[in-house]
Design a protein around this ligand. Structure first.
Ligand SMILES: NC(=O)c1ccc[n+]([C@@H]2O[C@H](COP(=O)([O-])OP(=O)(O)OC[C@H]3O[C@@H](n4cnc5c(N)ncnc54)[C@H](O)[C@@H]3O)[C@@H](O)[C@H]2O)c1
Length: 347
């Protein structure tokens, strides 16, 4: 398969990780350019990876030899960058969420669709080998009818307050991954009831956000679900899921760097990953590989803009439920093979 010339825009926590993967661990990629608004960052990542660097996305969009880009800038910049990249005919992998607003999200998706470029969204968990293995078995019918879905996404410690202030709020920043997992594994969601608190990190309470949440889901199939999230688990980064069904239960819970247990009198200790980059090296690499395969083979991407829109709408429902102290009901319909959500009311 031919290699795809690709650029990365935004070289912070995640973009640098994507660039490192593209430079050395994704054989289908030919990393051509890295871009960051901060010159020192762009220069140092370019030097580290031995590739061209720039401080402006214009250099990427104007380069006809580059076919695709990864957008990992702060979220408020995503939608406009997607529109500009689509107009330049580049295929796009954009980090979640596509925007903090519904209209810019829809406009960005439409821009990619009408330009005929691929738009994939960074829900990396869909590419993790553990999740994939469980979903493959569920799709073969080995789990039977699902009764209960439970998922936890817990950060060991919060990111900077500056990040949280411009993160779009807890549900949009954190729970969005779990909503996508819930839809992918179980199906569409009819009701969302959420609870939030801000007792773990006082600085987060001071800016009016929450640090911990519970979300209860009722799926269209009749199954129930529960999501728990926190920014301050303390012991490490946890991302685990259980699905209970009529024939089996799937439990995905893998958090160790090594497989050593250290046993002393009356105690057994094991290590635990500290963040998403440690837990998901394979998922982020496979996500990039899958995106570039879609570009090279001109096949649909595995996670679409419409998937991002559905997860975003569920986040907004969770926000509303938390604010009003009520259950939010949702409607969903199919259009051109994609699922679109609408709010149906509160109860
Ligand atoms: N999929 C995941 O697991 C995951 C994890 C973390 C973050 N994210 C998402 O990734 C995005 C970035 O998050 P982050 O934590 O890496 O943020 P970050 O603040 O660490 O990095 C953002 C980078 O973008 C650069 N930048 C800002 N404006 C720019 C511009 N106009 N042109 C080029 N570069 C610019 C900044 O200088 C910075 O280096 C966010 O949308 C976030 O929601 C996704």
């Amino acid at each position: 398969m031919r290699r795809i010339r690709v650029g990365v825009v935004g070289l912070g926590r995640l973009g640098r990780f994507h660039a490192q993967n593209l430079a050395g661990r994704v054989p289908k990629a030919d990393l051509a350019l890295v871009v960051d608004a901060i010159e020192d960052t762009a220069r140092s990542v370019g030097a580290e990876l031995g590739v061209e660097w720039s401080c402006s996305i214009e250099d990427l969009l104007g380069n006809d030899t580059i076919e695709a880009l990864v957008i990992a800038t702060p979220t408020p910049l995503h939608a406009e960058m997607i529109e500009r990249a689509a107009q330049s005919g580049k295929h796009i992998l954009c980090e979640k969420p596509l925007s903090f607003g519904l209209d810019p999200t829809v406009k960005a998706i439409e821009a990619a669709n009408s330009a005929g470029v691929k738009l994939q969204v960074g829900f990396h968990r869909r590419f993790d080998p553990d999740w994939r293995a469980a979903v493959d078995r569920m799709q073969r019918g080995e789990l039977g009818d699902v009764y209960l879905f439970r998922t936890s996404l817990r950060d060991m410690k919060p990111p900077s307050i500056q990040y949280i202030e411009s993160s779009g709020g807890f549900f949009v920043d954190v729970t969005i991954h779990d909503f996508d997992t819930a839809r992918w594994m179980i199906g569409e969601v009819d009701e969302v009831t959420s609870f939030g608190s801000s007792v773990a990190v006082p600085a987060i309470a001071e800016i009016g956000d929450i640090d911990t949440a519970l979300v209860v889901l009722r799926f269209a199939s009749g199954a129930l679900g529960v999501i728990d999230n926190t920014r301050a688990a303390g012991y490490g980064y946890e991302c685990s899921t259980e699905v209970l069904g009529s024939k089996a239960t799937a439990r995905i819970s893998h958090h160790r760097r090594s497989h050593v247990q250290w046993l002393t009198a009356g105690q057994a200790a094991e290590d635990w990953v500290a963040d998403f980059t440690e837990r998901y090296p394979d998922a982020y690499r496979l996500e990039l590989e899958d995106f570039l395969t879609s570009v090279a083979e001109d096949r649909p991407v595995a996670v679409t803009g419409e998937d991002a829109l559905a997860a975003f709408t569920l986040c907004k429902a969770a926000e509303e439920s938390f604010r009003l102290g009520k259950t939010v009901k949702l409607e969903h319909r199919r259009r051109n093979g994609e699922v679109l959500y609408d709010k149906a009311g509160t109860g």
